[in-house]
Design a protein around this ligand. Structure first.
Ligand code: HEM
Length: 394
């Protein structure tokens, strides 16, 4: 991978529309002083080991609330439940506690319902392939007028809602209130869906691989001896960690990462890349390639315990380019430091409390995916039966 040359985001009518132009947010901006400033502003409050230490008790508590709800729900043991709804609320509560020191009471909280609705509408419009032709052939943009006006309307409603209900203060250092609002917007989008899809895929794979569930549970029991799964003890649970990694490998949530662009003409692998080219990296293909992995189509946690035990999801300096789920380089996902432990704690605590099964009469749940412009998510939220297990933790 190159240095800074390919670190800008390309022009795209949709990013530009939702982000108020080129230089307002962090995720979809050019590689510039503005980007550096925005990334720095977010790093201290969100993306350091100290933040992980400060907030991990809160993550663990939020997951316990999910488990309590599931235990109270009689249908979880009989016909089954869609855990996705509780997990989504949990992830919103984690993010909003970190951003605004606030949280939502329940799935029926009116503010939560409205926020989740606005975000999902935004997700649907930006994931769509509908606007691509206008992006590549500007002459065709007039045909997108209705679509774009729908987007503009949603964007205004969404930002007004965020501004009204989650007030953000004006920052120093040339950052405007609008910039702060777009950062909030970035965090809303970057953190929620990606982590939620990872949890959903992982749970579905665990239902279809009960032996893996047993191994993780046995590991928790023998290593933690009654202590609950926490961020601080995840490093002692290799089966659990291997499962999250394998899930991210097979079901890469952002399969083509975010498209990048070179501001100037560059040479790459013997090719000349004209300036302002859209450069797309297929992270899913790298992670599922027959020539690069043994039995890549199999969900096998032994992979990361045996032949690939040295392979980490790309991070920091030591990069395995086959597994760049969070990208690598300067624009790599800073949220990985949160997403990995949150996923580990959520799955670990779920398995400590329940055997997760397919509904009566089925052996497996559906793990087919659906692809969007920047996303790969499970096509059907799984309904699962939760059979309580005794004896792991209180
Ligand atoms: C499993 C969960 C996650 C996955 C798979 C994921 C993946 C990614 C990817 C592929 C990028 C794009 C890098 C690029 O191509 O330019 C990215 C960027 C980003 N992610 Fe994540 N992400 C996850 C969770 C999070 C979380 C929890 C947060 C915040 C709380 C977050 C915040 C960001 C931000 C701010 C950027 C923009 C970085 C920049 O442009 O400098 N992500 N993420």
């Amino acid at each position: 991978m190159q240095g800074a040359e390919f670190e800008s985001c390309p022009w795209n009518i949709m990013f530009d529309l939702f982000m108020g132009g080129r230089q307002q947010d962090l995720v979809f901006t050019l590689y510039s002083d503005h980007w550096r400033k925005m990334r720095k502003i977010l790093t201290v409050p969100f993306f350091t080991s100290k933040v992980v230490q400060t907030y991990s008790n809160m993550w663990e508590h939020e997951m316990d609330l999910v488990i309590d709800e599931l235990k109270k729900d009689g249908s979880a043991r009989t016909e089954g439940v869609v855990i996705q709804r509780q997990l989504q609320l949990m992830l919103y509560n984690i993010t909003y506690s970190m951003m605004f020191n606030t949280k939502f009471e329940s799935l029926d909280d009116r503010l939560y319902i409205e926020l989740a609705r606005l975000n999902s509408e935004r997700g649907r419009l930006t994931r769509s392939f509908e606007y691509n032709y206008g992006d590549f052939i500007p002459l065709l943009r007039p045909f997108l007028a209705r679509y774009l006006s729908k987007c503009r309307d949603l964007k205004d409603r969404r930002l007004a809602f965020l501004n009204l209900n989650f007030h953000s203060k004006e920052e120093d250092g040339g950052i405007t209130e609008a910039n702060v609002m777009y950062l909030v917007d970035n965090l809303n989008i970057a953190s929620q869906d990606t982590t939620l899809w990872t949890l959903e895929w992982t749970i579905a794979e665990l239902v279809n691989h009960p032996v893996i569930q047993d191994k993780i549970r046995d590991g928790i029991m023998s290593v933690l001896k009654g202590e609950p799964v926490k961020e601080s003890n995840l490093c002692r649970l290799p089966y659990l960690q291997a499962t999250v990694k394998e899930s991210l490998r097979v079901h890469t949530p952002v399969p083509l990462l975010i498209p990048h662009m070179n501001l100037e003409e560059r040479k790459l692998g013997g090719y000349t890349i004209p300036k302002e080219s859209k450069v797309v990296v297929n992270a899913w293909w790298l992670a599922n390639n027959l020539e690069l992995w043994k039995e890549p189509e199999q969900f096998r946690l032994e992979r990361f315990l045996e032949e690939e035990s040295a392979t980490e999801v790309a991070a920091g300096r030591k990069v395995d380019f086959r597994l760049i789920t969070f990208r690598t380089g300067r624009r790599r996902c800073p949220g990985m430091i949160l997403a990995m432990p949150i996923a580990g704690v959520a799955i670990g605590r779920l398995l400590s409390n329940f055997k997760i099964k397919a509904p009566y009469g089925l052996e497996k749940v559906d793990v087919r995916g659906i692809r969007g412009q920047f996303s790969f998510r499970i096509a059907n939220h799984s309904t699962v039966v939760l059979e309580p297990v005794d004896g792991i933790i209180n």
